[in-house]
Design a protein around this ligand. Sequence first.
Ligand SMILES: *Cc1c(COP(=O)(O)O)cnc(C)c1O
Length: 395
Amino acid sequence: MSGMANTETYYPGWQLLQIPGPSNVPPAVLHAIAKPTIDHRGLAFAAFARNLLEDLRPVFGTREDIIVFPSSGTGAWEAALVNTMSPGERVLMAETGHFSTLWFEMAERLGLGAELLHGDWRHAADPEAISKRLVRDTTQEIKAVCVVHNETSTGATSDIVAVRRAIDATGHPALLMVDTISSLGSVPYEHDRWGVDVTVSGSQKGLMLPPGLGFNVAGPKAWQAAATAKMPRAYFDWAAMATATASGQFPYTPATNLLFGLRTALDLLSLEGMDKVFRRHARHGRATRAAVTGWGLEVLCVEEDHQSNVLTAVVMPDGASADAFRSYMVERFNLPLGNGLAKLRDRVFRIGHLGDFNDLMLIATLGALQLGLEGFGIPVKASGLEAAMAILREP
Ligand SMILES: *Cc1c(COP(=O)(O)O)cnc(C)c1O
């Protein structure tokens, strides 16, 4: 959020970071991270860490222990798989977009029998398709069903409760693993109440931190699986982590200063109140979609009930390059937008509206987009911004 200098030019004023993660980091969090590093084996740190891990539970909606790794979200995926699976076991990934596909590819590389449940990247995970696949699995070879709660490459939010219900209705014992890397802290999530077995998350999206922390929460069934799982694991071993953190220690050096930042981020979230945080994201999601459709452009996710309140992926009109448009927006407004990933490359751009974000920043983002689309030569209706303002007019 500050004027950024590089060797070629200087952009005066604030830079808004409207990519869907890493999100804007509040200055209070940056200040907390800048505090002197302390002895992570000392008593003061142990008390701090125990307290922090306790206060993280409600954010995940759980009474279970929170496992924190010094890793990006991808590390937390790996941790979820290696702690619960044995070599060659089958995992079913609901294909919602690029991130679900990457998780599938990771499972393959780890030597698991990974299976992708086909999706077209314009829908949320389909509970019925998951249930049909499990019904066909009469020998119960599938050990886990993996779902990305908020698919950040497409802007589709899946209904985890419906997925849990669909799995339970089949009587199939597979674990349910959920990637909440971009949803946690932005849209409601309840590990315990929703019956999730393993939750995977990361620091740099709804939690408003820089990248660098990965999280796991394991329910009773997942801990049970971990006791007999045969995948090799060392750095990401849950048991070693849980044993150490019970006394506020870590098996290796934790990301001390990111944990300072996390403390402050949790304080900010609780000052605002989680309900308000979720309502804020919902309102910004609605306003952004109103602008996009008002401009006469298309939101990538076609299921209205599943359109994300974290980000909006916008389909570029035929023949126009989304990447050239994004470069134009950086040159013209110093406004980075998310790119299209994998098969969506150059076809969509993504507007992040998550984390430390307010009406003023959304108005600036959408105003710049309307001017930018015009300036770039995409014919848009000026009523797009009006439609967003109509939603923001309500307090
Ligand atoms: C960002 C993201 C990831 C990847 O996390 P890294 O921190 O880049 O490893 C995975 N899944 C989802 C849904 C994400 O949004």
